[in-house]
Design a protein around this ligand. Structure first.
Ligand SMILES: *Cc1c(COP(=O)(O)O)cnc(C)c1O
Length: 284
């Protein structure tokens, strides 16, 4: 219902507002690294203690990982599913387990990439779990990052609290009109996501034929994380060719990995061609 819905300037702003409300010097937030780095930034800004729990090598969060998170007795737990930069979903049954057991703080599920996955959103579970907060955004599948529209879905008590701390009229009228327009054309999103999946499979197939590629991680998002030989050099080379990927090779568990956002067919072809050229110039 309307009482469950919150809008802000990007889900980044929602995250900041949640920490303004529920964070603070004596509060702690757990996130599962590697993950989206902004959670740590907002913790720092609100003097909230950021507790990093490492994922398994395959980026999964199993019962053991979750138990070590719960042992920290956090005030907030953030689950990013599908996760950034790794692209994997968290197992749905495991999310239910944590929703059933963790009642002493809030569970934020960041679903920025949910439209690209086959999994349903956790929005439909809100009425069962008053401690659940689901984040979504128009920045990814809708392709409207510059519009700055993010959403939280939560129980009405949480929404009322958010309403108390927001600046007046924080979402401009122009944005509101454009958002309404975007939401009225769900066909556009369905079509784009379908096309993106085709392009993703093609890109993965092409990468498999390249010798310098060592691992392509499974992704339920609009990007893939790929392990390369000489990742840093490849990344620098691609920049020279005006192809901007995201170098994650210095991130824990992501060594030698580059995150590649799925582009148009022509862009993906150009990327493959440049990677091939790089490896003919540099031995693997
Ligand atoms: C991109 C992204 C967001 C979206 O940020 P906006 O502020 O809505 O543009 C949120 N969470 C994750 C994990 C992301 O990768």
């Amino acid at each position: 219902t309307v009482e469950n819905i919150w809008a802000a300037n990007g889900s980044n702003e929602v995250m900041q507002q949640l920490l303004q409300l529920f964070g603070g010097p004596d509060k702690t937030l757990v996130a599962f690294d590697p993950t989206y780095s902004m959670y740590e930034d907002y913790c720092r800004n609100t003097f909230t203690k950021y507790l990093s729990v490492s994922r398994n090598e395959d980026f999964s969060i199993d019962q053991k990982v979750m138990d070590s998170a719960l042992a920290l007795n956090p005030d907030l737990i953030v689950i990013t599913s599908p996760n950034n930069p790794t692209g994997n979903l968290m197992n749905r049954e495991d999310i239910y387990k944590i929703l059933d057991t963790f009642k002493t703080g809030f569970i934020v599920i960041d679903e920025a990439y949910i439209d690209f996955s086959e999994e349903p959103s956790f929005i439909q579970e809100l009425y069962k779990f008053p401690q659940l907060i689901v984040l979504q955004t128009l920045s990814k599948a809708y392709g409207l990052a510059s519009l700055r529209l993010g959403m939280a879905f939560a129980n009405p008590t949480i929404i009322k609290l958010l309403n108390k701390i927001k600046p007046p009229y924080n979402i401009g009228g122009a944005t509101q009109r454009l958002v309404q327009k975007a939401l009225s054309d769900s066909h556009f999103v369905t079509k784009s996501v379908k096309q993106l999946k085709v392009n993703k499979q093609q890109l993965i197939a092409d990468l498999k034929h390249i010798n310098g590629v060592t691992t392509i991680f499974h992704s339920d998002a609009n990007f893939i994380l790929v392990k390369f030989i000489r990742a840093q050099e490849l990344f620098d080379y691609l920049i020279l060719k005006k192809i901007i990927a995201r170098n994650r090779s210095n991130v824990e568990l992501c060594n030698d990995s580059i995150r590649i956002t799925i582009g148009l067919e022509s862009e993906n072809k150009e990327l493959i061609q440049q990677i091939k050229i790089f490896y003919t110039k540099n031995d693997v």
